[in-house]
Design a protein around this ligand. Structure first.
Ligand code: PMV
Length: 361
């Protein structure tokens, strides 16, 4: 069993106390993960660009409990303030990962976390947040298991992050990550993300992502609810097959540098994700009028200029505008002049593809 490699029954030393800080990025899926089985196993493989600017910084301090008891002990601070409403999510995460990190009930933890992107910007922080926390726990385990390889460290961090939030397993490394078993990608796994193993054309190096914040409110539908709507969905099987095919086609586009082909797959994936939500029961429309306005303007500008501007969406109204670095000047001008007006309070984030998480202390 692939999972059993992450079980550990002995630590060569135990720590009294300590502290680690990791900074971990968000990521944007090109082929989407939407639908999961038990234990955060995806129904189809997905592939994402790791981002650079949108990050979560997490400091985990720990001290040994006087006596081990049967519960988890932790405090949680977000932007310096206690955050009681995030605690149940962390409690669930700890319960899921305890099998793989048997030291968790031996310590009291203080988790201090903050995001580089604006608070309640509508940008999901679960990928960056859960990956940063998973990495902090792995740093503790690494101190107690000094002969751990770097490769194992990364793999297990991704494995643990997945149990916090599926897409978080794609936030450990950069710049392109595959998660979920695909028959053309030998090393791919449903349990953790891996670095995209094939040739990538220059056109996709340093790819740009400007995130337009159309709706900064709370998500209308949580991703847990969204994933569940794929159970018994009339089109789910077709969709899961399509995601596999889209990855096969993306492999070709990434290799040859086919920007038009890349954009077609990426945009179709975004619209399919939204179509799944429109055709589930209950049904949801996650786009806002300004989302559509932006999409139409992107298409018009692309047609008029021949520039390679494209979009993708997460399960919400915000638009990720993606474009090659070589065309960045003209496209960024267009975004500022014509698209930003459709954002809530003119807010947007200029991001690009990044290299993955970093240990700060
Ligand atoms: O990681 P979750 O459970 O929040 O799911 C994320 C799903 C999408 O962001 C919509 C798609 C993806 O692959 O990231």
């Amino acid at each position: 069993m692939e999972e059993s490699q992450f079980l550990i029954n002995h630590y060569s030393s135990k720590l009294e106390q300590g502290k680690f800080t990791w900074e971990s990025p968000s990521n944007i899926a090109l082929v989407k993960y939407w639908g999961k089985k038990e234990d955060q196993i995806p129904e189809n493989p997905s592939i994402s660009f790791t981002l650079d600017t949108c990050k979560t910084k997490t400091t985990l301090s720990f001290r040994k409990k006087a006596k081990k008891d049967n519960g988890f002990s932790f405090e949680l601070f977000f932007d310096g303030k206690q955050k009681a409403d995030f605690k149940p999510k962390i409690e669930t995460f700890l319960t899921r990962i305890e099998r793989y990190l048997p030291f968790l009930k031996d310590y009291h933890f203080k988790i201090e976390t903050s995001n580089t992107f604006p608070h309640s910007s509508g940008i999901a922080s679960s990928a960056s947040g859960m990956s940063a926390l998973a990495l902090c726990f792995m740093s503790i385990e690494n101190e107690m298991t000094p002969d751990m390889s770097q490769e194992y460290f990364i793999k297990k961090a991704s494995f643990l992050a997945r149990l916090g939030s599926g897409s978080a397993c794609r936030s450990i490394e950069g710049d392109l990550i595959v998660w979920g078993q695909h028959n053309e990608i030998e090393e791919s796994s449903d349990f953790y993300g891996i670095k995209y193993p094939f040739e990538v054309h220059e056109n996709f190096k340093n790819y740009q992502d400007t995130i337009l914040l159309v709706d900064k409110g709370e998500k209308q539908v949580s991703s847990t609810v969204g994933h569940n709507l794929m159970h018994g969905h009339p089109f789910s099987e077709k969709r899961f097959n399509q995601a596999n095919e889209n990855i096969s086609n993306l492999i070709k586009a990434l290799k040859s540098g086919d920007l038009d082909g890349f954009i077609q797959i990426m945009e179709s994936e975004a619209l399919t994700l939204h179509a799944m939500m429109m055709t589930s029961l209950p049904y949801f429309i996650l786009m806002k009028p300004n989302t559509l306005e932006i999409i139409n303007r992107i298409w018009k500008f692309r047609k008029e200029t021949g520039l390679h501007i494209g979009f993708t969406l997460d399960a919400g109204a915000n638009v990720h505008v993606l474009y090659p670095e070589t065309e960045a000047d003209k496209i960024y001008e267009f975004i500022k002049n014509e698209l930003v007006a459709y954002c809530e309070n003119d807010q947007y984030i200029r991001d690009k593809v990044g290299k993955g998480a970093k240990l700060l202390i």
